[in-house]
Design a protein around this ligand. Structure first.
Ligand code: HEM
Ligand code: HEM
Ligand code: SF4
Ligand code: SF4
Length: 472
């Protein structure tokens, strides 16, 4: 089923919604930019304008010059916001310390998250960043945009914010960097009413889900990552906007084990595409790789001479399961031993394709180090179909949430709760039978808990019966 929005989407026409004219948008010359000095001295930052990589300092200066030349009534927060931001950043370079005050609680009515409040601790020196709040805007799945949308957001943000953005935050959101408290509701109104666009998550809630590019442009995609990402984002809007959890919770969707959104490391619930049947082999195409007609890894290593493609050395011998063979010009795969690592497919994408019986593996518990140490996700559901309306997936999510919301301690990530309860108990509570897939190796220590009902005679024993046989 193709990816379809749930409701008809209003078409955004920049030409009808624009705030700035072409002259206002291009209100400075290259010459002016070259000679432009912001109002603060920023020697260390100017060092960062050198070198080949796109310089954030140069970009920010460009924004600063542009704001300087706009008419006074053409922006609703201070003209100097970018210059003050650079000024304060220079101070932080000098002192090796941040100059943002601790915390900041701001937002929009109806929601408990989405805006990260921030205040300068040098507000006299840098008054236009006294407030410098960040708004997380929920990005479209895989971050496909059209220019009408982007230009409309840019106009709005230039008008009501600093004009600075982060494309994108690590969780996925489009991040609008720097505005004042008074502007939050108007921005939210314009995002929702003009742009048909909601904000993203922050706080102890479901954060903005994100996905790899999936079926939009990748032949490896084993389910429609964008559709699932969009569906769950919509379905769990309440959990996203109004924090109800012990702590944050993230979903990420990888179309295959290559992990292009790193769901296994950066989401509490990681969905990774996989397949159950056989890898599809086009033997003619394999021969074309062997003959050098097709380049290995689609040319990814073309920058260096690695010699002629050697299927034995580059594929067969590198298969982690050693389940492949190339004999008499034919490639063979013992699929029941294959761990779906993607290596052979990545090397010979024109010859090998994943199977057709596809779905997701669901892994739980990834998190950064605080408090109990970093965790990557643990396999909990080896295989589940991922087809609209995704009821099986929603049911699983809700079982996990029900447990974590009840038992999770204040600011305890799911991964920590799983450690505290232990895998066997966790599996029992969420109703997933234990399976060998879930562990890398069996436990090595013998401190094994037994359930009373599984032990003949149970736990209630009389010492006298024992003494009748064993004298003191
Ligand atoms: C200006 C200061 C700070 C900024 C801008 C900032 C920003 C962020 C951002 C953007 C995230 C990721 C949120 C997400 O992916 O949804 C994050 C996560 C986090 N931050 Fe900060 N942060 C700041 C200071 C701090 C400080 C001082 C601490 C602790 C002493 C802290 C602790 C954390 C923790 C524990 C996480 C979650 C990591 C995880 O995913 O498990 N942050 N922060
Ligand atoms: C006939 C006498 C004893 C026998 C057969 C015995 C046997 C054992 C065994 C089999 C262990 C477990 C080892 C392991 O799996 O790591 C152990 C641990 C231990 N025993 Fe004994 N033990 C005896 C006497 C004692 C006495 C008299 C003490 C102290 C006064 C003692 C203190 C300990 C301690 C502290 C541990 C470590 C517990 C732990 O690692 O959690 N044992 N003993
Ligand atoms: S994770 Fe897999 S399906 Fe998704 S973009 Fe990467 S290679 Fe393609
Ligand atoms: S996907 Fe990985 S494990 Fe499976 S056959 Fe290819 S290289 Fe071997």
């Amino acid at each position: 089923m193709p990816f379809e929005p749930k409701e008809p989407q209003k078409e955004i026409k920049y030409s009808e919604m624009r705030i700035y004219t072409d002259e206002e948008l291009n209100n400075y010359t290259e010459e002016e930019l070259k000679n432009f000095k912001i109002k603060h001295d920023i020697p260390d930052l100017e060092e960062l304008e050198k070198g080949p990589w796109p310089s954030f300092v140069s970009d920010a200066k460009q924004g600063a010059l542009h704001r300087r030349k706009l008419a006074d009534d053409r922006m609703l927060i201070d003209r100097d916001v970018i210059e003050d931001m650079l000024g304060q950043l220079q101070v932080s370079f000098d002192e090796g310390e941040t100059h943002w005050k601790h915390g900041g609680i701001v937002g929009v009515f109806g929601y408990g998250g989405g805006v990260i409040g921030r205040y300068s601790d040098l507000p006299e020196k840098y008054p236009s960043i006294a407030h410098f709040h960040t708004i997380r805007v929920n990005q479209p799945a895989s971050k496909f945009y059209n220019t009408d949308f982007l230009r409309t957001v840019c106009d709005m943000w230039e008008y009501r914010g600093s004009g600075l953005m982060n494309l994108h935050g690590s969780t996925g959101d489009m991040v609008l960097l720097g505005t004042t408290t008074e502007q939050l509701e108007p921005i939210f109104f314009e995002l929702t009413h003009e742009l048909g666009q909601d904000i993203g998550g922050s706080g102890s809630n479901l954060r903005t889900p994100s996905c790899c590019i999936g079926k939009a442009r990748c032949e490896y995609a084993l389910y429609d990552t964008q559709a699932l990402c969009y569906e769950l984002t919509q379905y769990y809007q309440d959990e996203l906007h109004r924090p109800a959890f012990p702590y944050k919770f993230k979903f990420k969707f990888d179309g295959c084990p290559n992990g292009c959104v790193a769901s296994i490391a950066r989401s509490d619930m990681s969905f990774i595409g996989t397949w159950r049947d056989d890898i599809r082999i086009d033997q003619e195409a394999v021969k074309a790789y062997v003959a050098g007609e097709y380049v290995p890894n689609a040319g990814a290593h073309a920058g260096r001479d690695w010699g002629k493609f050697d299927i034995q050395k580059e594929v067969i011998d590198l298969c982690p399961s050693k389940c492949m063979a190339y004999e008499d010009g034919e490639l063979k795969i013992d699929n029941k031993e294959c761990v779906r690592c993607m290596h052979c497919i990545n090397v010979m994408p024109r010859a090998l394709k994943p199977g057709k019986d596809t779905g997701v593996s669901i892994l739980l518990g990834a998190k950064a180090p605080i408090l109990e140490g970093a965790q990557m996700a643990t396999l909990i559901v080896p295989f589940m179909k991922a087809e609209p309306p995704y009821d099986n997936i929603k049911e699983f999510i809700e079982k996990v949430w029900e447990f974590w919301m009840e038992e999770g301690k204040n600011r305890e990530r799911l991964g920590e709760l799983m450690q505290r309860f232990g895998l066997p108990k966790f599996l029992e509570i969420i109703g997933v039978p234990p399976a060998p897939h879930m562990v890398k190796t069996p436990r090595e220590n013998p401190y094994i808990f037994w359930k009373e009902e599984d032990v003949p005679g149970g736990w209630s024993r009389d010492i006298k019966d024992y003494r009748a046989r064993h004298k003191r």
